[in-house]
Design a protein around this ligand. Structure first.
Ligand SMILES: CC(C)(COP(=O)(O)OP(=O)(O)OC[C@H]1O[C@@H](n2cnc3c(N)ncnc32)[C@H](O)[C@@H]1OP(=O)(O)O)[C@@H](O)C(=O)NCCC(=O)NCCS
Length: 243
């Protein structure tokens, strides 16, 4: 961990921003490896992707929690140990936690439930490209082939999924999910707990609020208020309010 430096995130610039500690990647040529083993929360499809990335990156995964002991991850080669259901989650002195569930509302509930546990340093697939001065918080997952460009900030527990492109100066809120093959232009700001659906494009400088959903394949040309769902090209609003 020596090559990484802890620093305050630039979150105070935006109202919806978190005040969490962040990791700033110091050397994009070196894979991120932590000495502390990690426990995955979840055993479904997203957990399989996280496990694969962790193994490629040399991050030790101690085990996983899921209500289903026979969850898809259990059929992967070198599957980590099954540790129990979600109700059995507690705190761990010898391991950090990584949320490995795709569903955002379930992830939000677990973040509340888990409280003060120590969350994992980011798990970043070695094929991802991270700019030297991008800032990436604890609990973040960055998938294969993703790009996080210069001065982008990724807040805690966000998912930067397979092949997505986060351009310069983007700000991604806590526990937001940037789905596979999304392209965010420079300076895009996204609030907490927001889903940007598969293959969407967000034009440079657009601001998307908290708990929003952008439908798969959309092109977002204008800013979006909190709790809004938009779809299409150009994106149009189909719902404002709690999901
Ligand atoms: C946006 C989304 C959440 C809407 O789901 P929903 O609330 O169930 O909405 P519905 O399916 O009832 O559709 C409502 C309307 O929006 C349209 N619509 C839904 N998704 C759309 C999309 N992605 N693009 C264009 N139009 C879409 C529907 O055709 C329908 O139009 P109509 O009222 O004219 O008939 C969902 O379609 C979606 O795209 N989810 C993203 C999934 C994703 O990428 N997940 C990441 C996994 S890694």
């Amino acid at each position: 961990m020596d090559e990484f430096r802890r620093e305050e995130s630039g979150s105070q610039r935006f109202g919806f921003w978190t005040e969490l500690q962040s990791l700033s990647l110091g050397d994009a040529d070196k894979p991120f490896v932590t000495d502390t083993p990690t426990i995955l929360i979840g055993g479904g499809g997203h957990a399989k992707v996280v496990l694969d990335a962790a193994q490629c990156a040399g991050v030790e995964i101690l085990g996983f929690f899921d209500d289903d002991s026979d969850a898809p991850i259990s059929r992967m080669p070198s599957c980590p140990q099954y540790l129990g259901g979600f109700k059995q989650l507690g705190s761990f002195s010898n391991a950090t936690i990584m949320l490995a569930i795709g569903d955002l509302s379930l992830r939000s509930n677990l973040i509340d439930q888990l409280g003060q546990v120590e969350f994992s340093t980011p798990i970043i697939h070695p094929s991802a490209i991270i700019a030297k001065n991008a800032t990436i918080s604890d609990g973040v997952f960055v998938g294969p082939g993703a790009v996080v460009n210069t001065d982008a900030t990724i807040s805690a527990h966000a998912i930067i999924n397979t092949g997505s492109i986060i351009e310069h100066d983007c700000q991604i809120g806590m526990n937001s999910h940037i789905a596979p093959r999304v392209v965010l232009g420079g300076g895009v700001r996204i609030g907490n707990h927001t889903l940007i659906g598969i293959g969407s494009t967000v034009l440079p400088g657009v601001c998307i609020g908290t708990k929003c959903v952008v439908g798969a394949g959309s092109v977002v040309t204008q800013s979006i208020v909190d709790n809004e769902t938009v779809v299409g090209v150009p994106a149009r609003s189909i719902r404002v309010g709690v999901l």
